[in-house]
Design a protein around this ligand. Structure first.
Ligand SMILES: *Cc1c(COP(=O)(O)O)cnc(C)c1O
Length: 416
């Protein structure tokens, strides 16, 4: 019996149920993944106990000899992994990394250009309900109405007109490759900094399955828990010139004590991402998304932009006559976990949405391949074409649970 089972059976039972849920369902939320047993162990380690305000060698409290070692290791591995001058591994989440990046480089009122939220941008790229939209002058760009892809010529014209201080590239629901070199050219032409938020694609970048922003961006923010498969948290990478400003903006600018347990786990995850196995994983994620996309289109779904180049698919549920919310709920009933999303120029509210966002990263972590993607696509199509059919949903749920159990979840050995 574990310490938790002995001392708090209530919480232990909830966590045990969550383990079973993760084993028996198909996790297709594009921002989720399964961290390894090693990452989970570091996250649950005694570094939870330590305050380490400051940076290695410059802490405000005593007792940080090992905190210094583990943070330095995380930084060195992040720099090697992404080929950058500077890494700050303290941001506790993607939102805080973005806040620190803005605080390091611009003033309230300055203009920021980011992709419109309803077209795939993130809240922290200028939503009115987020600090970014409240503090800065936001000029959103959009995807092209016809192709549903970024139009670099249109973005260039807009940037030359509004002269932003920062252009943000990197998204939460954009299924296509991003041309960071083209963004750098636009930023240079209008005198802006290029900030790349690679939260979604960091694992693909690390594994060489997406163009790296490192040669082009002034600063790069990223979560560590999406395709990168690390602990919940984030990092900021930059050229040497911005290193000091970014470190100051993280601490003391926007955060207090760093989460040393997460930083230890980030070191583990970066170490894993430096291996040839992770490179193979990243390429497989992209291959699996393409297979899934083809199978969904063959089944009658329309995909935004007509396909995918990365780990993410955005399906237009109008093609099967239902909303994104209805699709999400029907699939959840069948054990397939996804999220509703708006699509470009959506006519439904964000709470309902016309789109369904799907990702291949977590299933690929369970060692699934092309055959499995085709089976999963068939289940999705079956449920979406009969979203009110209780029988269909229940049959699929049982088939999915049996199928899913055959593919071990990294980090879970004891689901009962
Ligand atoms: C997920 C995400 C974030 C936010 O990360 P949190 O850790 O949830 O705060 C920021 N930007 C992009 C592009 C994301 O996809």
């Amino acid at each position: 019996m574990s310490a938790l089972e002995r001392t708090d059976p209530d919480v232990a039972a909830i966590i045990a149920d969550e383990r079973v849920r993760q084993v028996e369902t198909l996790e297709m939320i594009a921002s989720e993944n399964y961290a390894s047993a090693a990452v989970l162990e570091a996250t649950g380690s005694v570094f939870t106990n330590k305050y380490a305000e400051g940076y290695s060698g410059k802490r405000y409290y005593a007792g940080n000899v090992h905190s210094d070692r583990v943070e330095t290791l995380a930084i060195d591995r992040a720099k090697a992994l992404f080929g950058v001058d500077h890494a700050n591994v303290q941001p506790t989440s993607g939102a805080e990394a973005n806040m620190a990046a803005y605080f390091a480089t611009i003033e309230p009122g300055d203009t920021v250009m980011g992709l419109s939220l309803d077209q795939g941008g993130h809240l922290t790229h200028g939503s009115p309900v987020n600090f970014s939209g409240r503090l800065y002058t936001i000029v959103p760009y959009t995807v092209d109405r016809e192709t549903e892809m970024l139009d670099m010529a249109a973005i260039r014209r807009q940037a030359l007109e509004c002269r932003p201080k920062i252009i943000v590239a990197g998204y939460t629901a954009y299924p296509r490759a991003i041309d960071f070199a083209a963004f750098a050219e636009v930023a240079a032409a209008c005198g802006a900094l290029l900030m790349v938020d690679m939260s979604h694609i960091a694992g693909l970048v690390a594994g060489g399955a997406h163009m790296s922003p490192a040669p082009y961006a002034d600063m790069i923010t990223s979560t560590t828990h999406k395709t990168l498969r690390g602990p919940r948290g984030a990092l900021i990478l930059s050229k040497a010139a911005l290193a000091e400003a970014i470190d100051k903006a993280v601490f003391p600018g926007t955060q207090g004590g760093p989460h040393m347990h997460s930083i230890a786990a980030k070191a583990v995850a970066f170490g894993e991402a430096l291996t040839p196995q992770f490179r193979a994983y990243a390429h497989k994620v992209v291959e699996n998304a393409a297979t899934l996309a083809d199978a969904l289109m063959a089944g009658g779904l329309r995909l935004v932009s007509g396909g995918t180049d990365n780990h993410l698919i955005l399906a237009d549920c109008n093609a099967v006559g239902i909303s994104g919310l209805k699709a999400q709920n029907a699939l959840q009933g069948a054990g397939i976990i996804t999220n509703k999303n708006t699509i470009p120029n959506d006519t439904r509210s964000p709470f309902v949405g016309s789109g369904l966002r799907l990702g291949s990263a977590a299933l690929t972590s369970r060692a699934m391949g092309g055959d499995e993607m085709r089976r999963v696509a068939a289940w999705i199509v079956r449920v979406l074409k009969d979203p009110d059919g209780d029988g269909v949903r229940e049959t699929v749920r049982q088939e999915v649970a049996e199928f899913a159990r055959a593919y071990p979840v990294p980090g879970i050995t004891d689901a009962v």
